[in-house]
Write a protein that binds this ligand. Sequence first.
Ligand SMILES: Cc1cc2nc3c(=O)[nH]c(=O)nc-3n(C[C@H](O)[C@H](O)[C@H](O)COP(=O)(O)OP(=O)(O)OC[C@H]3O[C@@H](n4cnc5c(N)ncnc54)[C@H](O)[C@@H]3O)c2cc1C
Length: 346
Amino acid sequence: MKLLNEQDKLNYKNVWVLAEFTPEGDVHGVSFELLGVAREIASDLGCEVWAVAPVSEITPASDALIRYGADKILAIEDERFKYFNDELECNVLDRLVRKYRPEILLGAATSAGRALMPRLASKLHCGLTADCTELNTDRETGELLQTRPAFGGNIMATIRSGNFRPQMATIRPKVMKALRADYARKGSIIRETVENGDSVNIKEVIEAVTDIQNSVNLNGANVIVSGGRAMKGPEGFKLIERLAERLGGAVGASRAAVDNGWISYPHQVGQTGQTVQADLYIACGISGQIQHLIGMQSCKTIVAIDTDDTTPMMQMADIAIKGDLFEVIPEIIKILEKKGINKGEN
Ligand SMILES: Cc1cc2nc3c(=O)[nH]c(=O)nc-3n(C[C@H](O)[C@H](O)[C@H](O)COP(=O)(O)OP(=O)(O)OC[C@H]3O[C@@H](n4cnc5c(N)ncnc54)[C@H](O)[C@@H]3O)c2cc1C
């Protein structure tokens, strides 16, 4: 691994965001969140934001990358990018990073990003800070400050990888805020192609299947009602489901509930589950250990129901209801019924 000196570092410029696409060619929402934070970093460093777009075909939908903050789109069009292809993408990016020399390369901590970014970091002989929850720049050195939970989430560590370029990090979905779309923004497209030397024949995608059973839309939910260990079993979760249904929301859970087998893993909120950004998060019998808070602390309004008002969740909640949830939740449902509130309407 070669340490770069100050002179070498000057050869690296711009912030790259690795954009993700659906097979239909639409930009994945997390890419807009990454562009938002990339813009802040670029304005600190006085450089451009490039969105890297490995796609089967650049469509007008890709213009959204400009509207949400990119100055340039680095388009790599190839049929094989219709479905995520980490080996091919990694080889192409390895070549393009060496050609254009970005100072910073950001990817999403999605399953695609988690497969691709470590592979690429290893090829480029760079470090990678995974699952960041905050990114800043050092005002004096311009280095990227990459903050993420460490030691099982008990501390937040800020990591620098200033001696290597690019400085690489992945960011969890729903942690950063996307900018508002700016329809007046202008940008340009740089076109690159897959070259013979990039090709790999290790695998071929024959069919892509959506797992409907496990697709719990916590990420897109405006209201989430979550249950913890206090639910005591799958029966207890029926109460959570009733409240969530009344409010037109989704059901979340703590890891304790998932580990006990009361509800399936896709419902888990937290460090090793999903990160959510709902308008309303109701935590029922969840003590609020740091590993859970990391996944829901950006929700706008947090309501906690617990018999113990000293727990971290009760302390951080906007509305803390001290009481037995088996009494409190039916009361809330009764009030909603009385007011005619159904599926969050009214
Ligand atoms: C590496 C690592 C990763 C982790 N990742 C996650 C993660 O992604 N998500 C996650 O959630 N956890 C995660 N954890 C586990 C986390 O540390 C906690 O153990 C877990 O969140 C606790 O779940 P809980 O709040 O439901 O249970 P508890 O901490 O046991 O809290 C139960 C709460 O219910 C209250 N209560 C009990 N009875 C009632 C009642 N009748 N009415 C009202 N309140 C009642 C209690 O007062 C208590 O506050 C992780 C841990 C590690 C080490």
